[in-house]
Design a protein around this ligand. Structure first.
Ligand code: ADE
Ligand code: ZN
Length: 336
């Protein structure tokens, strides 16, 4: 079996996926028509041609504009259903998906519309694809602490169906410390905590995410490698890093996939995983990410399998569920 097929068949979890970032141009056009929303593009090709970014902010500007076509519960359902179908084809059996409620509530879309649309697609994914999933509510870090608290309050009726909180959007200039109190409140409510840190921001932001936000998982974390003491801390704590190779390339976090640090992370004892971040914008879903980095860095099968194992050990699942998923990997390997 070639590496392409081996990767697609390998059972895996996806732990870093923004559901709004899975909005393919075709669906963007269909929803624009359905909801009579104007979008500044003539064709699907023109949308794809606009997806050339020189940094995170470049991307975020177009990503938030694209989300404007999402208006109804059915839209959020269709968005997530399309992602789950695509993920299942890539061997994803468990997904922990981010959503950005403020991107929608600030446009007048009620929290309920967003959450219920996503949750119904999650139930269908279990039924139709055997794909389990969890929801992580992200605070937009370019907005203020009060807005994050208001979002946490709006989420209260859904907290039994939300696994955790995260922190995303423009990193530099918006350090984790800005959200220490709202993360503490979320922790008191029993929610898991994750944060984007060290994507463009310095290693100090990763230290803050650990010490002030008390994160259970680190999203990206690339720039941690600049600080040996930080790498030791992450390795000693067994912290999972949700790394996104194609995103890193498209947002110029790495200059070339041949220089991607994924295998250096593994070699330094970090529990790195592979994820797609915003697959509709970065040119590939999770298996494409495995393939791109495996080809460019010459990863062997043991390393590829290690990455898939890490995706389950780093998931917010209980030990029995993790063991079941890890056994699926063993069964897959035994059948090769
Ligand atoms: N890669 C990324 N970094 C920060 N915020 C995001 N929102 C969606 N994708 C993101
Ligand atoms: Zn992300």
């Amino acid at each position: 079996m070639n590496d392409q097929d081996f990767i697609a068949g390998l059972p895996k979890a996806e732990l870093h996926l923004h559901i709004e970032g899975s909005l393919e141009p075709e669906l963007m056009f269909a929803l624009a028509q359905r909801n009579r929303v104007c979008i500044p593009f003539d064709s699907v090709e023109a949308v794809r041609a606009a997806y050339s970014f020189s940094n995170l902010q470049d991307f975020l500007d177009i990503y938030y504009a694209g989300a404007d076509v999402l208006r109804t519960e059915q839209d959020f359902h269709d968005l997530a259903a399309a992602y789950f179908a695509r993920a299942a084809a890539d061997g994803v059996v468990h997904a922990e998906i981010f959503f950005d409620p403020q991107t929608h509530t600030d446009r007048g879309i009620p929290f309920q519309v967003v959450a219920d649309g996503l949750l119904s697609a999650m139930r269908d994914a279990q039924e139709h694809h055997g794909l389990g999933s969890k929801l992580i509510l992200c605070f937009l870090r370019h907005l203020d602490e009060d807005a994050a608290f208001a979002t946490l309050k709006a989420a209260e009726p859904w907290l039994d169906r939300i696994e955790g909180v995260g922190l995303d959007s423009s990193e530099v200039g918006h350090p984790p410390e800005k959200f220490a109190r709202v993360f503490a409140a979320a922790g008191d409510m029993g929610l898991k905590r994750v944060a984007h840190a060290g994507e463009e921001g310095p290693p100090d932001y990763v230290w803050q995410a650990l010490d002030l936000l008390k994160i259970d998982r680190l999203d990206h974390g690339n720039r941690s490698l600049e600080d040996p003491a930080l790498v030791r801390r992450l390795a000693d704590e067994g912290m999972t890093l949700t790394v996104c190779p194609l995103s890193n390339l498209k947002l110029c976090v790495v200059d070339d996939m041949a220089n991607h640090p994924l295998d250096r992370m593994l070699a330094q004892g970090l529990c790195a995983t592979v994820n797609s971040d915003d697959p509709a914008y970065f040119g590939g879903y999770v298996a494409d990410n495995y393939r791109a980095v495996a080809a460019a860095r010459g990863l062997d099968r043991d390393q590829i399998v290690q990455l898939a194992r890490n995706s389950f050990t780093g998931a917010f699942l209980d030990d029995a569920a993790k063991a079941t998923h890890l056994a699926r990997i063993d069964a897959y390997l035994a059948a090769q």
